[in-house]
Design a protein around this ligand. Sequence first.
Ligand SMILES: Cc1cc2nc3c(=O)[nH]c(=O)nc-3n(C[C@H](O)[C@H](O)[C@H](O)COP(=O)(O)OP(=O)(O)OC[C@H]3O[C@@H](n4cnc5c(N)ncnc54)[C@H](O)[C@@H]3O)c2cc1C
Length: 674
Amino acid sequence: MGMKRIIIVGGGFAGVKCARALRKRLPKDRAEIVLFSRENNMIFYPLLAEVAGAAINPSAVTVPLRQMLPGVRCRTEEIRHIDLATSEVEYERYDGRPGRVTFDHAVLACGTAVNLSVVPGMADHAFPLKSEGDAMVLRFHVMEQLEKAEVCDDPERRRWYLSFVVVGGGFTGVEVAGEINDLIKAGTRFYSTFTAKDVTVTLVHSRDQILPEVGPTLREFARTKMQESGIHMILNARAVSATAEGVELHDGQMLRGATVVCTIGNTAPLLVHRLEVPKERGRLLTDPDMRVRGASNLWAVGDCAQIVNAYDGQVSPTTGQFAERQGRQAAENIIRALQGESTRPFFFKPLGQLCGIGERKAVAEILGVRLSGFPAWWLWRTVYLLKSPSWSRRVKIAFDWTWELFFPRDLAHPRVNQTERIARAHYRPGDLIFAEGEPAMSFYAIEQGEIEVLRRDPTGQQQLLARLGPGEFFGEIALLDGNVRIGSVRARTTVEVLVMGKEVFSKLSGALTPFRNLVAQALRWRRPRLNRHLSQTWTALERRPLSEFMEAVPERRLAPDDTFENTVRMFDQLAVEYLTVLDEKGRLSGIVTRNELFEAFAQGKKPSITVREFMRADPVAVTPEEMSLMAGDLMNKHDIDWLPVVENKADRRLIGIVRSEKMLRWLMKQSEPT
Ligand SMILES: Cc1cc2nc3c(=O)[nH]c(=O)nc-3n(C[C@H](O)[C@H](O)[C@H](O)COP(=O)(O)OP(=O)(O)OC[C@H]3O[C@@H](n4cnc5c(N)ncnc54)[C@H](O)[C@@H]3O)c2cc1C
């Protein structure tokens, strides 16, 4: 076996275990092990909620990858794409340009990504928990609410400050609800205007039992214990929106609270979305030996993969325990494959399950024995302490925990930055991005793919209003009007969008005039179509041929050989906004607006240069047979108020123009009451 290169993508539970096992078994002169990860450290997620709850310090849950993985080449770079045909990974280099490296085997261990936009408003109003930064921001925010409640003289408002809502009853939701409950209840004795009884922590979950990651017996056990400790639980309830006031549930119930933590909305990372291999709900489907289906040298482990456990025939749960085992067993299979031996299916008999539920209590099921309360909590902490990936971290955590046994939690709140609230979202063809009548919380910019804007007419039929593609945007009307969505948007193809929360949108449009103008320009053509009173008029415009709005070709025009100097003089004397450029046969060669004049001047062009050299060549044009509404859309798209009309698109002889003002006059006339 010659020198091989094995690339691992992701420095989490699965990736680290895989890299370690490979390095241990393969000598350095036989294989180069390269681990790409976005961060230079591994995050020990099971303890993140404790950081949010001020039980441990953030540095205790992160471990630098290169210190943990001697002999492994650690590269803090993001992998953008995997090319299976050439066995190459494409990564983003330090200077932003793409770089490529070949591999003999690659392991995908890139976990999941957070997508707060799954519920309208969450991106703006809820706290995620996926990084130490998120945990610290949440911790600071919780403390801030206690301080505000202490000085607030309005009882209703105070109750709102003291109400905490956690959405999602998986590991993260359960742990964070328990930790917030602990932190607040332990801290209230230092405040004088409220007590622990005034505080409400609510956990909302969409199924009838919390903790889908653990066995059914432990779920019920955890629920009872959490309720006993004062956590209010709402099951079989779906959050449909989040606002500055709290969370709205599917049955219309509004859970008011100043703090909303969103632990749902896990989605596949973009890298996984982009890979054209079999997937199930965004997770990579694998063969029993963890090879990605259809690939010979690509493997997938951890949360990004859907792996069947040969022990019980079940799909592996998304837990740290399984991710580690998969990482280790995938490493063993890669070595077998390199040696030409047959690989083995993933097989793991879970040893037990543990989950902290706050107030020095946990629930555990170890080798069939169920434990709860303090003994389970002690076991939980000991197991995680030993599982913590380095000795220096173990000592740090043990110190923090011992400290907390004797002293109250630290109520100070340092300010830190948090996860960016501009997120990317991915939709499959036919997916609804938002529906008519929903509250408006986000603005979307299309990066890839096409969407359709739909609206119900008075008979309840859905009408197609527009199709938008890359570089265009949607979702702005209801945000600006402060209303619910007045149309639905559906993905026509696979779509990737940038999702901007309402607040980011309003800050950006407040600060950036060109952005504001762009949105205003789009609104001119979009808003009337969505207005119920005008929609019929607008539909009539759709059927009206353009010839009915056509005006004669303006007298003043330019020839391609006219000079820059003469053109400026004509603009000055005629006070026009634009001039068309026609060749000797009357064909449209280009147009000149003030933009072209200033651009030529800024580039230091000589007065003697010809129009041909600075005009906008081959401008967008329409034919008389085209529909008026399409012309309106073109004007909107190109930010112009008129369009040249040509006889046909092939020879482009100019026969007239259409202006937006003329269409507007017609529309106004149609909408007048008869
Ligand atoms: C708050 C919280 C609490 C949890 N509590 C528990 C618990 O108590 N018990 C339990 O068993 N499980 C728990 N889990 C689940 C557990 O953490 C996951 O199952 C586990 O982290 C999955 O490991 P992984 O290696 O697949 O992914 P991760 O640990 O998420 O690691 C993925 C890594 O890939 C990197 N990455 C992603 N995309 C790229 C890319 N394109 N290029 C380079 N790098 C990339 C990421 O930066 C990250 O480092 C918890 C999870 C969270 C968030």
